[in-house]
Write a protein that binds this ligand. Structure first.
Ligand code: AMP
Ligand code: ZN
Length: 113
């Protein structure tokens, strides 16, 4: 997966503003934020999109949600936040390395468009 943008970010080949990192997860600032807090939470292993989650890789996804809960507390997102994973082009996915947008810091309309 040498051509994957987010794999390159994980490897440090493309710069990013790191928020958090552990053995399996990397969190960084979205380059084009749509909210005052807009992080991208990704597994270090390459998974293209949400419909590739299965028993072989779901542990990292569960860990991602633990990281999100921890970051929400640490960053004081107590007024509310949203987690979004776009799956497929028509849903708005533009980078095909699974990622979870963590959005906060402004009112978030629902339902989303
Ligand atoms: P999606 O459209 O759901 O696939 O989300 C991809 C996200 O990646 C978008 O919000 C982009 O702004 C963000 N993005 C693209 N390139 C970079 C980059 N080099 N560093 C940080 N975020 C990026
Ligand atoms: Zn990748």
């Amino acid at each position: 997966m040498n051509d994957c943008l987010f794999c390159k970010i994980v490897k440090g080949e493309i710069p990013s503003t790191k928020i958090y990192e552990d053995e399996t997860v990397y969190v960084f600032e979205d380059i084009n934020p749509t909210a005052p807090t807009h992080y991208l939470v990704i597994p270090k292993q390459h998974i293209s999109k949400l419909d590739e989650i299965d028993a072989s890789n779901s542990a990292v996804i569960s860990h991602i949600y633990e990281v999100i809960a921890k970051l929400a507390k640490e960053k004081g997102l107590d007024e509310g936040f949203r987690v979004v994973s776009n799956c497929g082009e028509s849903a708005g996915q533009s980078v095909f390395h699974i990622h979870f947008h963590l959005l906060a810091g402004r009112p978030l309309a629902w339902p989303a468009g």
